[in-house]
Design a protein around this ligand. Structure first.
Ligand code: NAP
Ligand code: MG
Length: 495
């Protein structure tokens, strides 16, 4: 899709102070505290956002509980579906504004954020479809006497969603879909770096007819997330974020035995065999890691290229990488914007230093970008490290920046073992024209998604999630909604 015009500045930003959304009302934090959210491309202050604390978490959870006990809890699936379809239309109608909020808040180019429009609409419509498909079963039993047994599916209750910053509006929609379809209620905490589009999404939910208190947006920092994950009134947590915070959430949830699903970090392998179509594999291997400035959980950060084509592949990859346009997110030509914050930039630069210190060679990038248009933001050059060994820091740890580590390999057996030698297991790519190689790799890789001759495909109907330290639970796909439902067995004695 070619973008020619950039929409106006979202009117949400006319209000310099942004409040939370609790029980259908935009309210400040009870403490009165606020935090800044800034544009990482320019440093501009976008808004002062209500900083929710434990007492606000409590209010939001109570509002969500009250909504569950109100008309929403008695609403039929078909009525929830009607509301969700209206929401899908509204989100699409306002997507330019939502995409602009993310572009300003996250720094992702508008040419990228606007691409989320089709996915947001189709996610909401997919889950809307599921709202009328929820069904218990009548199950035969062998118990003595005349006794019937059947199951009833019920919403699990109050859900807490805790989100990362790397795809804000898409993440809000993805979390809200199964909540609305199942008849649960939600307290959603967007990341501190990118709270704005979630607030606008909450307003659109109200406009679509989602009753007050069903979707609450609790802005705040990590302590608000921690208060949510230990609040006894929360029945389920849907967390997307780092593995470290995921571990904390599991501990916090244990005391009240909450249902938990966690979508965490990754260190995904992307594997190119000598018979691959290089015209496709070269740009795809670059964008598998550089898209969104490398801030994608399933980014293909470990590139394995089979020895016979290695020299040619790396040369073409470096040439392609040098054509990538990094810069102003509001320029329609821009492909990659800044990373989200100074903290994140410094972390990534630290990984780059470690690569050089540990003996990797720099094939492209390796630095912060400076000069006109760059100095006020956190822009990094797309970076390729060559001659990386499996034990280097950059080969093992999630960097979450535009940094690719390149390795070579000889055989399928060898590359499978090395690709799987990580505690993570989120995404993976395989490039080959050979059917047997494709199938053997798809079976052998330990990861939630295997993309063959493509990368980063997502669809509402296909499950996405992790193995190992990349978490558990699957979002999207026909089974996702099960995580939002309880199953009750009913026995009726007839004699
Ligand atoms: P993060 O630091 O783990 O933060 C995620 C969310 O958790 C934020 O809202 C954060 O609040 C909150 N939080 C922080 N401390 C908490 C605590 N003790 N208890 C509860 N919540 C807490 O992750 P991030 O840096 O925003 O995002 C990057 C990470 O997310 C990467 O590791 C990436 O791989 C992962 N990710 C995974 C997927 C997936 O689907 N598997 C998708 C996208 C991203 P603050 O905003 O205040 O920090
Ligand atoms: Mg964070």
């Amino acid at each position: 899709m070619t973008i020619t015009t950039i929409p106006p500045r979202p009117t949400l930003l006319d209000r310099p102070e942004q409040d939370m959304l609790i029980g259908g009302q935009r309210v400040p934090a009870l403490s009165g505290k606020r935090f800044e959210t800034r544009n990482p491309a320019t440093g501009e202050l976008l808004a002062l956002v209500a900083q929710g604390g434990a007492e606000d978490v409590d209010r939001a959870v109570r509002a969500a509980r009250a909504a569950l006990c109100g008309p929403w809890g008695r609403m039929k699936g078909a009525e929830r579906q009607r509301i969700m379809l209206r929401l899908a239309d509204l989100v699409e109608a306002h997507y330019e504004e939502l995409a602009m909020l993310d572009t300003l808040d996250l720094g992702a180019p508008y040419s990228r954020t606007i691409l989320g429009k089709a996915r947001a609409g189709s996610l909401l419509r997919y889950y809307a479809g599921q709202a009328t498909l929820i069904a218990g079963e009548t199950l035969d039993n062998s118990a003595p006497g005349d006794v019937l047994s059947h199951t009833i599916k019920e919403p699990v209750g109050v859900v807490a969603a805790i989100n990362p910053w790397n795809g804000p509006i898409g993440m809000s929609v993805w979390k809200a879909g199964p909540v609305l379809a199942s008849g649960c209620t939600l307290v959603m905490k967007p990341a501190e770096q990118t709270p704005l589009s979630a607030l606008r999404f909450g307003e659109l939910c109200l406009e679509a007819g989602v009753p007050e208190g069903v979707i609450n947006i609790l802005t705040g920092m990590g302590d608000a997330g921690a208060a949510l994950s230990s609040h006894p009134g929360v029945d389920k947590i849907a967390f997307t974020g780092s593995t470290g915070v995921g571990e904390k959430i599991l501990h916090a949830a244990a005391a009240s035995m909450k249902r938990v699903t966690v979508e965490l970090g990754g260190k995904s392998p992307n594997i190119v065999f000598a018979d691959a179509d290089l015209d496709k594999a070269v740009p795809a291997a670059a964008m598998a890691v550089f898209a969104n400035a490398g801030q994608i959980c399933s980014a293909g950060t470990r590139l394995f290229v089979q020895s016979p084509i290695r020299a040619e592949f790396m040369e073409r990859l470096a040439a392609f990488t040098k054509t990538i346009r990094v810069g102003d997110p509001l320029n329609p030509e821009t492909q990659i914007g800044p990373v989200v914050s100074a903290l994140q930039m410094d972390r990534i630069l630290g990984f780059m230093d470690s690569a050089v210190a540990e003996g990797a060679s720099t094939l492209a990038g390796g630095t912060r970008l400076s000069g006109a248009g760059y100095d006020d933001g956190y822009f990094l050059a797309p970076t390729i490290f060559d001659n990386v060994t499996d034990d280097m820091t950059i080969a093992r740890e999630e960097i979450f920046g535009p940094v690719l580590s390149a390795f070579s390999f000889d055989t399928i057996e060898e590359v499978l073992e090395r690709a799987n030698a990580t505690p993570f297991g989120l995404g993976s790519g395989v490039w080959t024209r050979d059917l047997a190689t494709a199938h053997r790799m798809a079976r052998g890789i330990r990861a939630g998604s295997v993309w063959v001759n493509c990368y980063q495909m997502l669809d509402p109907g296909v499950p996405f999630g992790g193995y190992g330290m990349s978490g558990f639970g699957r979002e999207s796909g026909p089974q996702h909604i099960e995580d939002y439902l309880e199953t009750k067995a009913v026995w009726i004695k007839l004699d």
